[in-house]
Design a protein around this ligand. Structure first.
Ligand SMILES: NC(=O)c1ccc[n+]([C@@H]2O[C@H](COP(=O)([O-])OP(=O)(O)OC[C@H]3O[C@@H](n4cnc5c(N)ncnc54)[C@H](OP(=O)(O)O)[C@@H]3O)[C@@H](O)[C@H]2O)c1
Length: 330
């Protein structure tokens, strides 16, 4: 089968198309024929060595496809059934991948597999951030960075569904339209690219838009470049949810800063801890897929690449130029 493999940590040019043996499912595993691969920031962290993995490495944790073969003892899904996953045993950047049967999510018949590939990682991340880490309530001011991005567009819709007052950021003016189309008022979409100094200039804007005190919660997946602005944009006892580092990881900091900004809370959550049990995984997956099938949640596939062009997908994601979801088609 064709797959993408990386020999050693480095840049996107290290993502090479190779021929590998088709994997064979062990007990409890399912072989899936991959229809669409979800490209995620974590794939770039692993490729570059920010997160440690063994090399050679076949990247990719997320995808959607059809069940091709069952390992010993697996009785659940039927051959040919549409499924999606967020944590494949072998890499998802391939024509076939292995997934633990207990970690598969059924895909509703009406949801195309290209759309389904966006749900397991980014959809369930948006779901746990907005509904579990800090359950957003109607009328609360929510600061959401990179709102035109993959997690961003889904989290924005979920916060709006909850009745929140969303203050969204984009990195360049051209991205604002996709956020406004989701229902965020134009005067609440802040172009960070137009600010002279994000740390200095963003907090007063957020405070003004929230009527003075600042946001109740801030969801920050940008990290290094925005973290100080996040702390300064919150009201006393507000919650900073640092869930990624698209601009780089936040350096060590003094907890007294939480005190100085008004008894703030800080959490650094990850999806694995919010889908640790098969029951919670299933519940989140069913909820997000259900909302998509019902037309309540829209998935925007912004960028589609051939498997062989995985390097272009990584370069685009890391340049900050993408909007919505990026997928690979094997
Ligand atoms: N903790 C978890 O469970 C979890 C799960 C999934 C994803 N994540 C994290 O969530 C974040 C978003 O992931 P995603 O897959 O949805 O990506 P994405 O938001 O589609 O893309 C990242 C966005 O970050 C913004 N950005 C700002 N500075 C950047 C820089 N220096 N380089 C690149 N991008 C920059 C850009 O948007 P603007 O130009 O609009 O600012 C860019 O489009 C990432 O940090 C990822 O690691 C965390």
């Amino acid at each position: 089968m064709r797959a993408i493999r990386i020999a050693k940590p480095g840049g996107p040019q290290g993502l090479k198309l190779v021929d590998l043996p088709e994997p064979v499912p062990s007990a409890g595993q399912v072989l899936v024929k991959v229809a669409a691969v979800g490209v995620n920031f974590i794939d770039t962290y692993r490729r570059s060595g920010v997160y440690k993995v063994d090399f050679p490495h076949v990247p990719g944790t997320e995808g959607a496809g059809t069940v091709a073969a069952l390992g010993e003892g697996v009785t659940g899904p039927e051959i040919g059934q549409k499924v999606a996953w967020a944590d494949s045993v072998t890499g998802s950047y391939a024509e076939f991948a292995l997934v633990e049967a207990s970690r598969l999510l059924p895909v509703p018949p009406s949801v195309p597999l290209e759309v389904a590939a966006a749900v397991p990682l980014q959809g369930m991340t948006a779901d746990y951030l907005i509904r579990s880490t800090y359950p957003v309530k109607a009328g609360e001011f929510v600061l959401l960075y990179a709102a035109a991005g993959g997690v961003g567009q889904l989290a924005t819709q979920m916060a709006l569904m909850a009745g929140a007052e969303v203050i969204a950021t984009v990195g360049r003016a051209a991205k604002a339209a996709s956020v406004i189309a989701l229902g965020v008022p134009p005067d609440r979409v802040i172009d960070l690219g137009a600010l002279t100094e994000v740390t200095e200039d963003l907090p007063p804007l957020v405070k003004a838009l929230s009527g003075g005190p600042g946001a109740h919660v801030a969801y920050d997946g940008i990290g290094r470049d925005t973290f100080q602005a996040t702390l300064a944009s919150l009201r006393p006892r507000g919650m900073a949810v640092l869930y990624g580092g698209a601009s780089g990881q936040v350096p060590p900091f003094d907890p007294q800063e939480l005190n100085a900004h008004g008894s703030l809370y800080l959490t650094r959550p990850k999806l694995g801890d919010y889908t640790a049990t098969a029951a919670e995984l299933r519940q989140r997956g069913e909820r997000v897929f259900g909302e998509i099938a019902a037309g309540q949640l829209k998935v925007s596939i912004g960028h589609e690449y051939r498997l062989a062009s995985a390097d272009q997908a990584h370069a685009a994601l890391e340049s900050g130029s993408t909007q919505g979801k990026a997928i690979l088609i094997p």
